[in-house]
Design a protein around this ligand. Structure first.
Ligand code: OGA
Ligand code: NI
Length: 373
């Protein structure tokens, strides 16, 4: 455990590197050739993750509601990623939250350093994930904080610049928790379960919620680096508020990386490792269906972020997670003699610790936990 108390080497702020005007990025940020952004990136203009309008989800029109549930089921199966619009979160609040963080990252370094984080809790201002000495690093800084459970929420660890930052963040958290609760119901129904089942398996009211704000400074050699290496999110649901004018998020679709084109005031939703395992085991993906629709399986949601030399980018990733100490294992309803559990029971705390030791690394984390069959 001692290994996790401090960073293995002095922290360098990527923003400072970028601001120094160096034309060459330090070797620490140069990815091996096969991980560089040019590999299999598709520049195709007409591919995008699905955009789903949630406006009819809570109305009286049952046919419309069913159609939305279907669109979400298909998006989960084919992409594991989709965007939602008319989701009920105030567009003004979304803009205000993003701009508050932009202001924070543009405050003087001493202000930010006062919130410098350690690998013990990750809360605060950080510049690396994982504690492996000598690791190749990503071209980004971030800020991490907790909303839930309330015992972990500590507003004193939240920035006070800009002045209304804490207030804006608090409201942002409340509205996003609500939206995730609604999406959990949809996913649960789509798995063929009662609408509360998934939420209950996550620990009911006692779920976790946290925010990572990513700051991707301009990068003088964007072809050699990544803003965030390929990974899948460890938790339940992620709601990403992307930058409103700079693209960067790429989602893996088969062998290609598709650059997401955000819709105005949309959230980008993705299904994290904790739900994916369940999805795979859901009765929805019966063997017959697999034969008919060869792709009919809830997809991996590997994603990464590319950077560019002309513009910085800010994004807010909100993570809705299972209660930290309930053992998460395949739901009984989704397990049968011919469909044994694929993953061992493990609490979210244990899983997250495992990931934090390693830093972002594709799908290998969840795959390496898979029980031998
Ligand atoms: C993340 C993430 C994507 C982005 O923070 O987990 O995938 O666009 N962010 O910043
Ligand atoms: Ni992510």
């Amino acid at each position: 455990m001692n290994k996790l108390q401090e960073w293995p080497e002095p922290i360098v702020r990527v923003q400072s590197l970028s601001d120094s005007g160096t034309p060459l990025i330090p070797e620490r940020y140069v990815k091996p050739p096969l991980e560089r952004p040019s590999i299999n990136s598709t520049a195709s203009m007409d591919v995008n993750i699905p955009v789903i309008d949630l406006v009819g989800l809570y109305g009286d029109d049952h046919a419309l509601r069913a159609a939305i549930l279907d669109q979400i089921a298909i998006a989960c199966r084919e992409w594991g990623f989709f965007q939602v619009i008319n989701h009920g979160v105030s567009p003004q609040l979304m803009d205000r939250a993003r701009e508050a963080w932009r202001q924070f990252f543009h405050s003087p370094m001493e202000v930010k350093q006062a919130y410098a984080n350690t690998p013990k809790t990750y809360e605060g201002y950080g510049s690396r994930l994982g504690v492996e000495k000598g690791a190749i690093l990503d071209w980004s800084d971030y800020y991490f904080l907790h909303y839930l459970p309330s015992t972990l929420k500590d507003c004193n660890k939240w920035p006070t610049i800009p002045a209304d930052c804490r207030e804006v963040l608090d409201e942002y958290g409340k509205q996003l928790v609500k939206l995730c609760g609604r999406l959990m119901k949809v996913l649960s129904i789509n798995l063929g379960l009662g609408e509360e089942r998934l939420q209950n398996a996550f620990g009911g009211e006692n779920i976790g919620a946290c925010l990572r704000v990513n700051f991707y400074p301009k990068c003088p050699q964007p072809d050699l680096a990544l803003g965030l290496s390929s990974h899948s999110d460890p938790g339940g649901i992620t709601l990403l508020l992307p930058d409103n004018h700079v693209p960067g998020l790429q989602v893996r679709k088969d062998e290609n990386w598709i650059t997401v084109k955000p819709a105005p005031h949309a959230f980008i939703v993705n299904i994290g490792d904790q739900i994916q395992g369940r999805m795979r085991e859901s009765g929805l993906i019966s063997d017959e269906k697999l034969q008919v629709l060869s792709n009919a399986t809830y997809k991996s949601v590997e994603h990464r972020v590319i950077v560019n030399s002309s513009e910085e980018r800010v994004s807010l990733a909100f993570f809705y997670n299972p209660k930290s100490d309930v053992p998460i294992e395949p739901l009984k309803e989704l397990v049968a003699p011919d469909r044994p559990p694929l993953y061992p029971a493990m609490t979210f705390d244990e899983y997250r610790l495992f990931i934090r030791m390693r830093g972002p690394s594709g799908k290998s984390q969840v795959e390496s936990l898979k029980s031998p069959r």
